[in-house]
Design a protein around this ligand. Structure first.
Ligand code: F6R
Length: 619
C-alpha cells in the first residue's frame, strides 16, 4: 500500500528520503511527497501527483536542505490521487506535517467536531484529520508533540502508521503504529553519531543499517537528534524495544541487470526454491524437517480441520495446498477468501488449525481473518515471506518462505514458494500421521528436491515467448483451463495476465467449459490449457478437442515429448515430467513469462501496474 520513509541524524535527509521512496514505490505509486525542516527551522512540504520521479522533478531548484524529514508514496484510498491529497499533510497553522498509511474509520466524526471548533481542512483525506487532530490536542492540552500524538491517537478508530514533524521541535521525529507496519532503523553516521531511519518495511533502511526495531501496535516513538529513542504505549507507559538484525541484502533489492523486477523474480525461482527447501528436505534420510510442525505436532495431529485464509495469488497457492494436504495427510482443508471469511460468522472449532498464507504478511483482510479465528480459540499458523511482518507475529507458529524480497507487484516467486512450503507442510503432517507409505513419502521428497532443477529446465527450454507474445497484444479476452492440481494454475495464469496487461482473462476447471464458458469460444479467443501427460490427460485432450472444433486458439503447456496435444495446439510450452502434484510449480513458469511479455508488448508498467499495490493494508 502506501510507503513511509523518515530520517533524523546529521546527514542530508532529502537524498535518503528520495532513495527510500524509490525503493518503496512498489507498494503504491499515485503520488509522492516529502517534508523537511531546514537548518533555519523552516518546515517545507513538497508533493506531486504521479511517481517519485515526478516529485524529484518538481522539487528541482527548491530548498531541500535539512537533516530531518519524512516522505510518502501514496496509493489512494480517501480522495483521488492528486497533489492536494498527496502526503505529507500540513496542520492548519503549518506547524506540523504528517504522513500516514492505513485508514482512519472515524475520520468524518473527528473532522466534524474540529470544524465546529474552527479548524479548516483543505483535502478530502482521512490523513489530514490526523494531523489537524494532533495540533488541536496540542493547543487544548498545551503539550508537546510526543504527548499530543499519544492523546490524539486514543480517539482514533482505524489503522495507522504515521510519522510527524513539528517545526517547533526540529530535533524530534515522532512515529506511531496500529495495524500498519513501521520499522525504525538504528544507524551510526561516519562521525559516530546516532541516527534513525524509518520505513514501512525494511527496503529503505537496509542500505544504512541492519539493526531495526519493529514498532508494535499502539506504540509511539520519539527519535531525537541527540540519538535518544523513547517508545511508549498510548497510556504513556515506557516500552522496552527489541532490536532485531535484518537478514536481507541490498543486492536482493536491485534489478540485477533485468529490465524489470518481475522478470528477475521469474528467473530467480529455481534458486529461490532451493533456499526455500534448504534445511527442510533431508535427502540423505529422506525426511522433511519443518520446525513449525515438529514444535506443534499435537495441534496438527488432533486438528479437526485446516482452514487456509488468503487473498489473490496466495489464495491460489492455498488451493494447491488444500489438494495436497487432503491427499497426503488426510485432513479436511477449507480454503477461504480472507475478505469473506472475516465478515461471515464462520464456524471455527477450537481444534481447527487456521493457516494464513501471505507474501507480505500485512494484508489487512488476512490479518483480520486470523484475528477472528484467534478469538474463537483456533491454533494459528502463518506462511509469510516478509520476516517480522504483522501476520508472522500474530500467528502462534509458522514457516517463512525464504524466497527473498519480492518487489514486482505481480507475485511470482512468492507463489511458487508458498506452494513448496505447503507441500513441505503436507509432507511433514503426513509423516507424523503415517498417512503415506514410506515408499510414496520418499518418492515425494526425492521429487520435490528435483523441482528447482526442473524449474531451471523449464525456463531454459521455452525460448521466444517474447516474440510469440506479440501476437496476443490485440486480444481482448483469454481463457485458462486446467484440471485437478492445475485448476489453481489456470486461475493464477489468468490473474497474472489481467493484472499486468489489463487484458481480461478467466481461469476455469477445464470440465466446467461445457457448462457455460464454451459459448465464448470463437477464432478470436486464445485458450491456455495446462495439459501435462499426467492426471486427467485424456479428459483434457477431449476438452481441447471441444475448443478446437469451435476454432479457439490453443496455447498448451505440455510434458516434454508429448505429441498428441502438441499437434492439436497452435503453440506449446514444454515442461519436464514430474509427479502430478508438482506440475503447478513448473506449469506456472511459462504462464508468468507469457503475461510478462504480453504486458511489455502492450507497453504496460509491468512492475507497477495501475491501481495495484504490493501490500494491501486496507480492506
Ligand atoms: C497478485 C498479487 C495479489 C496478492 C494478494 C495477497 O499478483 O500479488 O493478488 O497475492 O494481494 O497478498 P499477500 O500474499 O501479500 O497477502
Amino acid at each position: 500500500m502506501c510507503g513511509i520513509v523518515g530520517y533524523i541524524g546529521n546527514k542530508e535527509a532529502y537524498p535518503i528520503l528520495i532513495k527510500g521512496l524509490h525503493r518503496l514505490e512498489y507498494r503504491g505509486y499515485d503520488s509522492a511527497g516529502v517534508a523537511l525542516i531546514n537548518r533555519r527551522g523552516e518546515l517545507s512540504v513538497y508533493k506531486s501527483k504521479g511517481k517519485v520521479s515526478a516529485l524529484e522533478h518538481s522539487v528541482d531548484g527548491k530548498d531541500t536542505t535539512g537533516s530531518i524529514g519524512i516522505a510518502h508514496t501514496r496509493w489512494a484510498t480517501h480522495g483521488e490521487p492528486n497533489e492536494v491529497n498527496a502526503h505529507p499533510h500540513y496542520s492548519m497553522s503549518k506547524q506540523l506535517a504528517l504522513v500516514h498509511n492505513g485508514i482512519i474509520e472515524n475520520y468524518k466524526a473527528l473532522r466534524a467536531e474540529m470544524e465546529k471548533n474552527g479548524v479548516v481542512f483543505c483535502s478530502d483525506t482521512d490523513t489530514e484529520v490526523l494531523v489537524q487532530l494532533i495540533e488541536y490536542v496540542q493547543h487544548r492540552h498545551e503539550c508537546g508533540l510526543f504527548e499530543a500524538v499519544q492523546l490524539a491517537l486514543k480517539s482514533v478508530v482505524g489503522a495507522y502508521a504515521i510519522a510527524v514533524l513539528d517545526k517547533a521541535h526540529p530535533e524530534q521525529l515522532i512515529c506511531a503504529r496500529k495495524g500498519s507496519p513501521l520499522i525504525i532503523g538504528l544507524g551510526t553516521s561516519d562521525q559516530g553519531a546516532h541516527e534513525f531511519y524509518l520505513g514501512s518495511d525494511a527496503t529503505p533502511i537496509i542500505e544504512y543499517t541492519d539493526k531495526v526495531i519493529y514498532l508494535q501496535d499502539e506504540e509511539v516513538a520519539c527519535m531525537d537528534g541527540s540519538g535518544a529513542l523513547e517508545i511508549v504505549n498510548l497510556a504513556n507507559v515506557r516500552q522496552t524495544p527489541q532490536t532485531v538484525t535484518l537478514q536481507m541484502s541490498l543486492d536482493e533489492l536491485e534489478k540485477g541487470g533485468y529490465p524489470h523486477f518481475m522478470l528477475k523474480e521469474i528467473y530467480e525461482q529455481p534458486s529461490a526454491m532451493r533456499t526455500c527447501i534448504r534445511g527442510r528436505l533431508d535427502i540423505v534420510d529422506k525426511d522433511v524437517l519443518l520446525s513449525g510442525i515438529i514444535d506443534n505436532k499435537e495441534k496438527f495431529l488432533n486438528a479437526r480441520r485446516i482452514i487456509i485464509c488468503a487473498c489473490g495469488t496466495s489464495w491460489h497457492s492455498a488451493l494447491i495446498g488444500k489438494y495436497f494436504i487432503e491427499e497426503a495427510a488426510q485432513i479436511p482443508v477449507e480454503v477461504e477468501y480472507a475478505s469473506e471469511f472475516r465478515y461471515r460468522n464462520p464456524v471455527i472449532y477450537s481444534d481447527d488449525v487456521v493457516i494464513a498464507v501471505s507474501q507480505s504478511g500485512e494484508t489487512a483482510d488476512t490479518l483480520a481473518a486470523i484475528q477472528l479465528a484467534k478469538n474463537r480459540g483456533a491454533f494459528l499458523y502463518g506462511i509469510c515471506n516478509v520476516i517480522g511482518s504483522s501476520i508472522a507475529r500474530a500467528t502462534d507458529s509458522g514457516t517463512y518462505l525464504h524466497v527473498g524480497p519480492e518487489i514486482g507487484v505481480a507475485s511470482t516467486k512468492a507463489f511458487t514458494g508458498q506452494v513448496i512450503t505447503l507441500f513441505l507442510l503436507g509432507l511433514a503432517i503426513a509423516k507424523e500421521k503415517h498417512t503415506l507409505s514410506d515408499e510414496m513419502f520418499h518418492m515425494l521428497v526425492d521429487e520435490l528436491q528435483r523441482i528447482p532443477d526442473k524449474m531451471q529446465w523449464t525456463l531454459d527450454h521455452n525460448p521466444n515467448i517474447d516474440q510469440f507474445a506479440q501476437m496476443f497484444t490485440y486480444c481482448k479476452n483469454f481463457i485458462y483451463l486446467g484440471r485437478g492440481y492445475n485448476y489453481p494454475v489456470a486461475l493464477e495464469g489468468a490473474l497474472k495476465l489481467k493484472e499486468i496487461s489489463y487484458i481480461h482473462a478467466e481461469g476455469y476447471p477445464a470440465a466446467e467449459m461445457k457448462h457455460g464458458p464454451i459459448a465464448l469460444i470463437d477464432e478470436e479467443m486464445p485458450v491456455v490449457v495446462i495439459a501435462p501427460k499426467r492426471g486427467m490427460y485424456d479428459k483434457v485432450v477431449s476438452n481441447i478437442q471441444e475448443i478446437k472444433s469451435r476454432h479457439g486458439k490453443i496455447i498448451a503447456v505440455v510434458t516434454e515429448g508429448d505429441n498428441t496435444v502438441s499437434q492439436m495446439a497452435d503453440y506449446t510450452f514444454v515442461i519436464p515430467d514430474t509427479r502430478d502434484c508438482y506440475v503447478p510449480l513448473l506449469a506456472i513458469l511459462p504462464l508468468q513469462l507469457l503475461s510478462y511479455y504480453v504486458a511489455c508488448a502492450k507497453g504496460r508498467n509491468v512492475d507497477q501496474p495501475r491501481n495495484l499495490a504490493k501490500s494491501v493494508t486496507v480492506e
